[in-house]
Design a protein. Sequence first.
Lengths: 266, 319, 284
Amino acid sequence: MRPPAAPVTDATIAAPDVKVEIRSLNFFYGAQQALFDINMTLENRSITAFIGPSGCGKSTLLRVLNRMYALYPQQRAEGEVRMDGTDILADQVDVAELRYRVGMVFQKPTPFPMSVFENVAFGLRLAGSARGARLKERVESALRDAAIWDEVKDKLHVDGRSLSGGQQQRICIARAIAVEPEVLLLDEPTAALDPISTLRVEETLQTLREKFCIVVVTHNLQQAARVSNVTGFMYLGQLVEMGPSSTIFTSPANRKTDDYITGRFG
Amino acid sequence: MAIIDSRHAAKQLIYERVFRSATLTAAILVLLILGGVALSLLRGAWPARQHFGFAFVTREIWNPVTDEYGALAPIYGTVVTSVIAMLLAVPTGFGIALFLTELCPPWLKRPIGTAVELLAAVPSIIFGIWGLFVLAPLLQRHVQPWLIDHLGPIPLIGKLFSGPPYGIGILSAGVVLAIMVLPFIAATMRDVFDTVPPMLKESGYGLGATTWEVIWHVVVPHSRVGMLGGIMLGLGRALGETMAVTFVIGNAHRISSSLLAPGTTISSAIANEFTEAVGDLYTSSLIALGLLLFLITFAVIAIAQAMLRHLERRAASPL
Amino acid sequence: MNRRQLRKARNGLFLALSVAATLVGLACLAAILWTLVSNGIAGMSSRVFTQMTPPPGSEGGLLNALYGSAIMTLLGICMGSPIGMLAGTYLSEYGRSSRLSTLIRFINDILLSAPSIIIGLFIYEILVVRMGHFSAIAGAVALAVIAIPVSLRTTEDMLNLVPAGMKDASAALGAYPWRTVISVVYPAARSGIVTGLLLAIARISGETAPLLFTALNDQFWSTKLNAPMANLPVVIFQFSLSPYKDWQQLAWAGALIITVTILVLSISARMLLSLLQSDRGGKP
């Protein structure tokens, strides 16, 4: 068992490398408002965690970042979300291309009905970004980064659904990172996993931090503290407080944050 | 202390035994019906079987005057009209199911879904008379001449579209059958697509796939078994359909190379000729046709049901 | 065209095709209903409901056919539905997942989709030949045999929807299964059972093939169950294939009557079903 990663010091955050900037974001399910005036930034090569009680809007916020909400006609977002300077909420943005650049892993493992290899290769084949030997390299590299290569290297042609839950989730992570997204979104990625698989996934995230801008939504406060550099606390659709994880979990500025972290409500 | 009157209790037990046997009897009756159908068909077909042997299935001749009968033309007609119907109805039904599950705005889903189900409830005789009075003249005047002119000259498949445009015939019957089977196929496929977990589809979208790519690469492989089961069930219905086909098939006991020529199917032969059949051999041959139809549809429907059951069992277990 | 544009184009093409398919389906429905309504109304008059089927060339109506269909449908349902309901009760309450029940369900689903002309042949063999003549009762039995699988299926599905807690509570008070079923389960599944009944009626009202060689047809008024009886589907069949204009008109009128009846029954069944679902708070 590896020791937990060393806590991140303020020095790493001293020079911000902003990947995503959110300004005045409001979100609506039909007539009901779910996000209220969200303003924040996400940095490259870091892991940002969003915590908060059920229904606080953290998953909603995540799904704005790859415009997944656009699949459902009643859902609507207003405001600005700038990735590398371009507003991704604008009409002229090619949503499919956005989703290729922003990867997502869901709460429950969702392997496609195909072999392990084909699952991971799916995104690459769609975009035509790699073929033949190059494709095999990308798939292997993604499986290695997802810490599952050793377990599946002899079983690449087995149906993805025949693996255990923890393995399936890591395949889904490999699938998401195979296309080398600029931003990786994870919505409670270990909620359905046992403790050992959870640990493996967390280790994977630490490795991936070197390359990507990662956003994790989690119910598990300890996980957020272990894994992230920056944490945002959300409550009733508002971003109550956001800052370096070391500060948030030890001496939060806001009373509500403190109450949530110490378990006075949840 | 709760006191039970022993006579009352005894009566209750008797009622229980009676009720239970009644329900069991009713349930077993279902098995008996199927057995009865099989046996009575076998018995009725026996004279023909004795007289013609298994060659019955390979002869094309059908002559009530000389009492010579063969099942080849009806079998051919049944199979070909059903195949035409499936070739037309399956892609269309797939398109409708796709539209209803992925594209349709929510306020339109209910009305269109209801329209599809209402079309499924319309009795087949209606399709038959509509086919005779509306579709056949339409095909005769506009579509068939076009087919003869444009596809006739092509080598090989041209033979399928030669001959005079009767209006009625194998092709017309196939088209009417297609329209009849369409709502069933569309509804079944839509139900199967609806069981795909949204999270699975979102995983596809999340990788930048277009709507079509998610359908083709994620939804269809996931629903493969259900779709196949639904198609086979539709095929089973098409094979056994009587009234929709009888009006426009032309009732000619022969096999032509052209799809535009009249023909016959097993069920329309029986429907048209049974009450007029004179003589035991004639009647028995028609029943033999019925037996063949029973065997074919039984096999197809049984396989389809087995597939759909497998899907139900899999859907019950979590993704 | 680069790859991304190609994918978008392909997406657009297939989505457009699916819209086209839907339009084709709706157009067919519209065309059929339009023809039915326009021709049916043209042939409609009060005569249709007051006079009997005429010989070719003279005026007449469909009274005997309507009566015959009504009687045979009623008899068919009275014979078939109770059997189907009892059988469905067995599968839902007693048999559940036993080997016998699985077999019965499988066979039932096959009968559900089986060609109805085969059923007609079956009844011909066991009743018509036995009795020596065609008869309305044979027709009714044929319809009953078609109604049984429909009733069985809907009854079993509806009874399965009744919450297990309700059944357990009744058993906990010492009730035998028959008591639970009759006093608790049937009333709880009331609207579902009625829906099943409506669907079964709708299904057998339109069936022609099984009547072709059981009830046959009769030009005149007949009420004897032991003899051939006029019925709407066979009259439509006969009249529409004839070369006589007035017969064809009556056929369309009859077709309209059948379709309207079936659509009304189906829509009522559907509305009842959604009422049932909203009673349970929106969950089926």
